[in-house]
Design a protein around this ligand. Sequence first.
Ligand code: ATP
Length: 218
Amino acid sequence: MEKRMLYKSFNLTKSFGKKVVFERLSFEIFEGECVLIEGPNGSGKTTLLNILSKFDIDYQGEVLFRGVDLKKENLKDLPISFLPDEPIYYEALTVKEHMKLVAITYGYSKKEAQSLIDSISVVLDLKDYHNFFPSWLSKGTKQKFMIALSLLKRFDVYIADEPFANLDSKTILTFCEILETLKECGKTIILTSHQKNEHLEKLVDRNIILAKGRNLKR
Ligand SMILES: Nc1ncnc2c1ncn2[C@@H]1O[C@H](COP(=O)(O)OP(=O)(O)OP(=O)(O)O)[C@@H](O)[C@H]1O
């Protein structure tokens, strides 16, 4: 089957002031692939994910998303679920209230949202925390909560920055199984991870390796 292009980058260069994070990156990412972005601390992995998610449009070069210049795409129309490396939440909403808010915002009916929230909560062992405020959660449980929110968005592309951070080995396996299911459904997964494991290695189709301060190896 012919692979369809999701992203294409030409000569992508990103600087903060005089500091060049990476320069002239050219790469392609195809629909349905799992791509791991690797590199040492400070090599620009988060910066690249921010560009691919359109949170950062201050770069040189071009990034196409399904053939269209990403800068011309409307952020709210992009079918991208982004899991950040730092938890982002509302202090005043409980775990369950966050889940409902995200599910309803992203188009599920109340009934669908309830059933999806229940199943995600069982898989990620979050049921006992539904009435907690996020700040009460341990680091690992907070990460599971962030994963749950990212899964409640029904999108084609899942971008995750260090999703395994703070997770125990059982949850890492569970999350890899979830990613495998998403991939089987044709979703594209783009992630960074300093932690390698055999499940992730099986899942990954391609690596983009950032070398600190300069260019890209593939
Ligand atoms: N807003 C900013 N202003 C200035 N420099 C920044 C900014 N954001 C990131 N940087 C710099 O860009 C470089 C790349 O940062 P980035 O967070 O993308 O690296 P990373 O590969 O994700 O690192 P890590 O593995 O530590 O998470 C770093 O030197 C960082 O200090």
